[in-house]
Design a protein around this ligand. Structure first.
Ligand SMILES: *[C@@H]1O[C@H](CO)[C@@H](O)[C@H](O)[C@H]1NC(C)=O
Ligand SMILES: *[C@@H]1O[C@H](CO)[C@@H](O)[C@H](O)[C@H]1NC(C)=O
Ligand SMILES: *[C@@H]1O[C@H](CO)[C@@H](O)[C@H](O)[C@H]1NC(C)=O
Ligand SMILES: *[C@@H]1O[C@H](CO)[C@@H](O)[C@H](O)[C@H]1NC(C)=O
Ligand SMILES: *[C@@H]1O[C@H](CO)[C@@H](O)[C@H](O)[C@H]1NC(C)=O
Length: 572
């Protein structure tokens, strides 16, 4: 058995998992209940660490100094209550006390919506206010405001509850209590999605992928709910804006193979913002849809790999870890807040995205590798190639087995740096893994609960992401160009392309795009390039780090104004 396992690992050239599955199971069975207790302790009126918080108010953390998080953020509260509402509506925790707490949350949020605050009143922008005092009064100090994700996340939490109540013969509460709250938030999103916002880390004022993604989701499911309860007046307006938001969402994808988290900020744009967006807009019925960046979509997988790899060299606790193995991850590699450390919720989000992906592949009975996701899959099998693989094939089984281990290894890292007692702070030290910053971060506990459930195949309800079509005019400034080159190679050698534009990695051989050998000796890749542009490029071959360039001069194409384009090149 052991030799079978080692040859399997050698064949796939994968990392060796650090922990047996049973150790993960044992961590989860201990930490899961601790996370639930820790989360509930931070909710008023009777949470043991939330003294002074009104009923249904979620404190971000009991920490009152360095940092002072004894406030209620709409984003954190809504994510926490989405996790609780999922537990209630999926039948994981149907206790009457949880139902009461959810009703408290509904009332607390209805109150907060009406509190005049520095962002405005309920009708003049106040719904973009990020945080409030725990006694439900306005927080009036300077802050990064507005933050436009809060109203969207609150909508998603409440719509999940509303859908459950509709299915359980309680439409009166939906129409009389939930809809008035929802309509305020959805109108706000519909009217303001195209305004700048601070990102979820409260630092960058621009447009932010996470915010756009959750706004899109809220408008879609809000439209469905409105239709279901006969509030048809809003349907056409919300639908129009949802299409516009979906269109705008596409623009965050960059041709280097990841999602640029914020349009401003002057950073690499690699940010767990994008992983969180994928898990919080996961729709188990939407397959591996690329338009909504579903967890198993080729874009989201490529993005995950590039995000994870960005942390290999920034935290010393990651040193010595094999380059294809799980590492500790944080918000973004340039982070300096509280020293710039890994975050529990960030590392767990990576695991959750992968568990969500595994759920969908298993449900659909196949997985699909595209040129965009090929580098991700090659982490697990150097022989992986573009194609569709049924769940009965050994490549499918090998890949999904390795991806499950990889996902588990992110949980294992969190397990390794969870202190005895199980408390989850905001961060853990980049140099020795000890907990740092705010203790008992409510969102950390929620992220553990949702990651553990996803590992278990417990997934949230669908929200209507299936079958959405990106309007064609959103894609009108790019053209898909297929580069074909005839090249014979020796074993271990691969053909790549680089060129004069961002989409072709600006001549960087290190970042060169790998072509597929599915039709060997023709190597191919399809790249989205700007229309009507003169573009220079060259093919290169790489073998174990050795780079060989084609001979001069550079190749040149003029991309068309529309349609598609293909080259018919021969290596030179
Ligand atoms: C509907 O749900 C609300 C909120 O939990 C509850 O107060 C009310 O009693 C329910 N009504 C019915 C008819 O079940
Ligand atoms: C508003 O939408 C347009 C069109 O999608 C987009 O180009 C622009 O960046 C958006 N601005 C903001 C702040 O969302
Ligand atoms: C899958 O792994 C097995 C060993 O467990 C190996 O024999 C087989 O060749 C692999 N299949 C593929 C397609 O990689
Ligand atoms: C996983 O599933 C089992 C059986 O369905 C259940 O008993 C357990 O509570 C679940 N664990 C989590 C974390 O959801
Ligand atoms: C495509 O571009 C050509 C010019 O290259 C132009 O004549 C034609 O009208 C365009 N077609 C569409 C559908 O835009």
């Amino acid at each position: 058995m052991l030799s079978l396992i080692s040859s399997f690992l050698a064949l796939l050239s994968v990392f060796v998992p650090n922990l047996q599955a049973s150790d993960i199971d044992s961590y989860i069975s201990t930490e899961g209940p601790i996370a639930k207790v820790g989360l509930l302790a931070n909710i008023g009126p009777s949470g043991s660490k939330a003294d002074g918080a009104q009923a249904g108010i979620v404190i971000a953390s009991p920490s009152k100094s360095n940092p002072d998080y004894f406030y209620t953020w709409t984003r954190d509260s809504s994510l926490v209550f989405k996790a609780l509402i999922d537990q209630y509506t999926l039948g994981i925790d149907t206790s009457p006390s949880l139902r009461t707490l959810i009703d408290h949350f509904v009332n607390a949020e209805a109150t907060l919506q009406q509190v005049n605050n520095p962002s405005g009143t309920v009708s003049t922008g106040g719904l973009g206010e990020p945080k409030f005092n725990v006694d439900e009064t306005a927080f009036t100090d300077p802050w990064g405001r507005p933050q436009r994700d809060g109203s969207a996340l609150r909508s998603t939490a409440l719509i999940t509850y509303a859908n459950y109540l509709l299915a359980n013969d309680n439409s009166s509460y939906v129409t009389s209590t939930l809809w008035p709250i929802l309509k305020l938030d959805l109108d706000y999103i519909s009217q303001n999605w195209n305004e700048t916002t601070f990102d979820l880390w409260e630092e960058v004022s621009s447009s932010s992928f996470f915010t756009t993604a959750v706004q899109h989701r809220a408008l879609r499911e809000g439209t469905k709910l409105a239709t279901a309860i006969g509030e048809t007046a809003v349907v056409s307006g919300y639908t129009t804006q949802a299409q516009n938001v979906l269109c705008f969402l596409q623009s965050y994808w960059n041709t280097a193979g990841y999602v640029t988290a914020n349009t401003g900020g002057g950073r690499s744009g690699k940010d767990v913002n994008t992983i969180l967006a994928s898990i919080h807009t996961f729709d188990p019925a939407a397959g591996c849809d690329t338009a909504t960046f579903q967890p198993c979509s080729d874009r989201a997988l490529s993005n995950l790999l590039i995000y994870v790899d960005a942390f290999r060299n920034v935290y010393s606790i990651n040193s010595g870890i094999a380059e294809n193995a799980a590492v500790a991850t944080g918000r973004y590699p340039e982070d300096i807040y509280q020293g710039g450390n890994p975050w529990y919720l960030a590392t767990l989000a990576v695991a959750e995205q992968l568990y969500d992906a595994l759920y969908v592949w298993n449900a659909e009975g196949f997985l699909n590798i595209t040129p965009t996701s090929l580098p991700f899959f090659q982490v697990f099998s150097s022989s992986a190639d573009v194609g569709t693989y049924a769940s009965t094939t050994s490549i499918y089984i090998n890949l999904t087995t390795a991806i499950k281990s990889y996902a588990d290894d992110f949980v294992q890292i969190v397990a390794k740096y969870t202190p005895s007692g199980g408390g989850l702070a905001e961060q853990y030290s980049k140099s020795d893994g000890t907990p740092l910053s705010a203790v008992d971060l409510t969102w950390s506990y929620a992220s553990a609960i949702t990651a553990f459930q996803a590992r278990n195949g417990t997934v949230p309800a669908s929200w209507g992401a299936s079958g959405l079509i990106v309007p064609s005019e959103c894609l009108s400034n790019i053209v898909a160009v297929t580069f074909n080159v005839q090249a014979t190679t020796v074993f271990g050698e691969n053909i790549y392309i680089v060129g004069s534009v961002n989409a072709l990695e600006n001549w960087s051989p290190y970042n060169a795009l790998l072509l597929s050998a599915a039709n060997y000796p023709t190597w191919s890749i399809t790249v989205n390039l700007p229309v009507s542009t003169a573009i220079q490029y060259k093919y290169i071959r790489k073998n174990n780090g050795d780079v060989t360039w084609e001979s001069d001069p550079n190749r040149l194409i003029m991309t068309p104004a529309n349609g598609t384009y293909a080259t018919d090149d021969t290596w030179r």
